[in-house]
Design a protein around this ligand. Structure first.
Ligand SMILES: Cc1cc2nc3c(=O)[nH]c(=O)nc-3n(C[C@H](O)[C@H](O)[C@H](O)COP(=O)(O)O)c2cc1C
Length: 299
């Protein structure tokens, strides 16, 4: 079970703060939120800041890249290797219109030759079984993946992660689990299922909103879980202490109140869905304009 990349949420400060919870939940690794690799890419310390080794988080962490430029991708992957990473993941699923319009993320479905070129580059630089792809069923149509699959089959991926939606669906609407099963059955590479898997606890782990249990289905090599785990953190008795730790880590890393507030509001917004206490606090938290106000609001 892999922790999903959630940009702005499952960042380094989050992984460090919630390291024990992530481990106890049964996760065996995480994919980090995407890093863009555009022409002229330079792998500076700043670019790789989110991937710095943690003091607390000790599960395997896979860097993720978003790119439509094979040369920039190569530079990114070489930089990853130079920093000690032997795995990397390509984001071919981001649905945001600005990204898609520029042909990145799910926009790669508009240019399968380029999509394949990126996959070939990834496998060549990282080596067999060391590069993975995270994608969706398609951009508009849930069958688009089947056009790409024979091309992906030519490369020895670590695995293919399928978020069982189209990009047009963004993050809502039903996941097409049956279609994801069909992808897994047709794929030469192992397939990891993603989308609305409800994390509960280590033993009674997964049921999806659509009533299917992807982990129970043997066709999947694994499952990737994001939002349900983040939401569940708000139900912990020690959520307040952990949040204080998250704020402290974020303050040490960022300058000024605004970026810290942004981060905290994003995280707590997940907690309001499951917990009445956080819902009540949220009314005060969402209007905070300084960390002093926040300190009062989270009490
Ligand atoms: C706020 C947010 C940020 C995300 N950032 C990324 C990202 O950086 N890379 C990526 O591949 N997917 C990203 N995703 C998609 C998730 O990894 C995942 O595919 C999606 O949330 C469905 O899984 P879930 O229902 O378990 O959360 C993001 C999703 C959300 C809601």
């Amino acid at each position: 079970m892999v922790l999903a990349p959630l940009r702005g949420v499952t960042i380094r400060a989050f992984r460090e703060t919630f390291a024990a919870a992530i481990r106890d939940a049964g996760f065996t690794g995480a994919v980090a939120p995407f890093i863009p690799a555009n022409p002229g890419f330079r792998g500076t310390d700043r670019v790789f800041a989110d991937l710095l080794p943690g003091e607390e988080f000790d599960l395997p962490l896979v860097p993720q890249v978003i790119s439509k430029d094979p040369d920039a991708l190569r530079l990114f992957l070489e930089a990853c290797k130079a920093r000690g990473f032997d795995r990397a993941d390509l984001n071919a699923g981001c649905p945001f219109p600005m990204i898609v319009r520029r042909g990145r993320g799910s926009g790669l479905f508009k240019n399968l030759d380029l999509f394949e070129h990126l996959v070939a580059t990834g496998c060549e630089v990282m080596g067999p079984g060391k590069f993975s792809v995270k994608t969706r069923l398609g951009l508009v149509d849930a069958d688009e993946i089947f056009k790409m699959l024979p091309r992906l089959d030519r490369y020895p991926l670590a695995h293919l992660t399928i978020h069982a939606r189209t990009a047009r669906q963004m993050y809502d609407g039903a996941c097409d689990v049956a279609r994801a099963v069909a992808v897994a059955e047709a794929s030469a590479n192992p397939v990891v299922y993603n989308g609305d898997v409800a994390w509960r606890d280590k033993n009674a782990m997964v049921t999806s909103r659509s009533g299917v249990t992807p982990l129970g289905s043997r066709v999947f090599a694994g499952v990737m879980v994001g939002r349900s785990f983040v939401r569940a953190l708000g139900e912990r008795e020690d959520a307040g202490e952990l949040l204080a730790d998250y704020i402290a880590r974020s303050r040490a890393e960022l300058s000024g109140d605004a970026p810290v507030l942004g981060r905290v509001k994003e995280l707590v917004s997940y907690w309001t869905e499951m917990s009445r206490d956080w819902k009540r606090r949220w009314n005060a938290i969402k209007i905070c304009r300084s960390l002093d106000e926040l300190a009062l609001a989270v009490r």
